[in-house]
Ligand binder design. Sequence first.
Ligand code: ADP
Length: 394
Amino acid sequence: MRSVLVLNSGSSSLKYQLVDADSEEVLAEGGVQRIGESGATSSHSSGGRRTDGDGRPVADHAEALALVVSAFAEHGPHLDDVDLVAVGHRVVHGGDRSEPTVITDEVLAEIEDLQVLAPLHNRAAATGIRAARELRPDLPHVAVFDTAFFASLPAAASTYAIDAEVAARHRIRRYGFHGTSHAWVSARGAELVGRPLSELRQIVLHLGNGASASAVDGGRPVDTSMGLTPLEGLVMGTRSGDLDPAVVLTLARAGWSTEDLDALLNKRSGLLGLSGVNDFRALMERVDAGDEAARLALDVYVHRLVRYVGGYHALLGGAELLTFTAGVGENAPRLRAAVVQRLRPLGFVLDEEANGADRRDARTISTPDSPVTVAVVPTNEELAIARQALEAVG
Ligand code: ADP
């Protein structure tokens, strides 16, 4: 057997999956949350059994990784028995890099350098990578960048209409994120409808805590909703998505600091800012209970989605497939219905029964004669990272 360990280091979390390189079976998975806080939560699942940690504080990513290694030793499978051949690291910002990259000291320095663009995300990834390399210097470590799929965005989509010289000096352009998921889901979507990826015009909606849309023509991105950072675009759990930039200027003139603005737009906006909850299930419960703020939050969320899908439909010269994925996209039939019903005049015809069916697999949810096919495809970023890490190490 050969296996790959996939690590996803967030600002205060470390998630992992151990994947069998040949069968692609998940051998174990888990995570440590609330790193650096007063008490951490952690869990490890393998062989159908889940064990939770004891809640003691975990100071940093190095300590979190030590906890993960001891969970493997205690609850299995033991890392010495699974022939680890690579560690795949999810890295949010890769700048212009479009390929998975074996991590050297120079690559790590570059990832840290991109902190200016993705302060929280890349700092966490770099800390996790450093800890993992120290622990297993014998293994190749591979960075898989969330921006990679969108490195080939056409200039018309990646360019902000600001002073070109200023933009170049500060590397300000639209990079796009969630690329691993958009690439995976667009490839699975083509398989599902039995069409070559190279001939299909499609729109992918990745709706999780973070949310993004992409337009993909023949397997290549034409546009995506996230930009310089993952803040642009759709309404998200705690992020605002699109705004008039003058909102920032207005608050800055009223005395808000850069840090306060960052926290407002990234952590206290979106569904949370409008309704008080960022979790989509909790939002729907409030909507059902007649909460008006929750209703407005949902309306704004759907309005933005319809606007993006309609725009991408035009950019593609008519999409042939619209796919929903991630936590909300895969599990919230009412949200899918709310979006697709608004798009009916454009040729998106929902099959209500298929949409409401309690299924977890990739499936179509439009009527057989719908001009545009609508589908749900589960994303699997960990498996995509494992495959790319394996490829990178040959
Ligand atoms: P992340 O971006 O953290 O990876 P996920 O893709 O796991 O996020 O999505 C999390 C979101 O999915 C949460 O808002 C959660 O409420 C929502 N979600 C999960 N299951 C359901 C469900 N059954 N119905 C509605 N929303 C759901």
